[in-house]
Design a protein around this ligand. Structure first.
Ligand code: PGA
Length: 251
């Protein structure tokens, strides 16, 4: 087993009103108080101000699901790192497959956002992962390598402590299809090799790589048992304490 800590993150996506968010955040704070791992929830931008005071001083970090590539200016509909910092957000999720494939964010844009977020002191969860047709064409590794290398372009080794990678095979997101622990671990090991090529083995060994894609209470422990799987980025099952807490406290 590696000595990397586990990091379990909940991506609430475009769900919940303020009262629902406050209720879930409150339940998580109570039920994860004695949790042994690193935790995060990422609510919608409109919920951050509600959730921030509930998480403050607890063992659950506050994350945002995206940020703009520019600090400020004429960017209608975008949210800046300065605004996120003002709300005490600590982490930004970037390159989620829904951003890549529905909103056409490319590696260059994601990299620009990532460098800006790092510059402003945020931790970044960089999501990578292949589409079903890419997996079937034998290109899963190639896609993950490109997204990792381009996503991290220009990132100094000294900033790697604030980088987390989330491997999220697109065909497993919200579909109920989970990658087998073996398949997921193989890509995680491969991504770690890519990181070692970029930054050296010692640095690569310290980087947390989360798995995402239909993680549930029933499959969390088997996934986490794998050498290169250091946590989870959870979507659907993060929307209720009843399903997120057992994942966060997997045994
Ligand atoms: P899911 O989503 O757990 O609902 O598959 C994961 C994610 O998109 O981060």
């Amino acid at each position: 087993m590696s000595d990397r800590p586990y990091y379990i993150a909940g991506n609430w996506k475009m769900h919940k009103t303020r009262s629902q968010a406050a209720e879930l955040a409150g339940a998580l704070v109570t039920q994860l108080k004695d949790g042994k791992h690193k935790y995060l929830v990422a609510p919608s931008f409109t919920l951050l101000e509600t959730v921030a005071p509930i998480l403050k001083g607890t063992n659950i970090r506050l994350g945002a699901q995206n940020c703009a590539a520019e600090e400020q200016g004429a960017h209608t509909g975008e949210v800046s790192v300065l605004q996120l910092k003002d709300l005490e957000v600590q982490t930004v999720i970037l390159g989620h497959s829904e951003r890549r494939h529905i909103y056409h964010e490319d590696d260059a844009l994601i990299n620009k956002k990532l460098r800006l977020a790092l510059q402003h002191g945020f931790e970044v969860i960089l999501c990578v992962g292949e589409l079903l047709e890419e997996r079937e064409a034998g290109k899963a590794e190639q896609v993950c390598e490109t997204q990792t290398v381009k996503g991290l372009e220009g990132v100094a080794a000294g900033d790697l402590g604030r980088i987390v990678i989330a491997y999220e095979p697109v065909w497993a997101i919200g579909t109920g299809k989970t990658a087998t622990p073996e398949d997921a671990d193989a890509i995680h090991a491969f991504v770690r090799k890519v990181l070692a090529k970029l930054y050296g083995q010692a640095a690569a060994d310290k980087i947390l790589i989360q798995y995402g894609g239909s993680v549930k209470p029933e499959n969390a422990a088997q996934l986490m048992a794998k050498e290169n799987i250091d946590g989870a980025l959870v979507g659907g099952a993060a929307l209720k304490a009843d399903t997120f807490v057992p994942i966060a406290k997997f045994a």
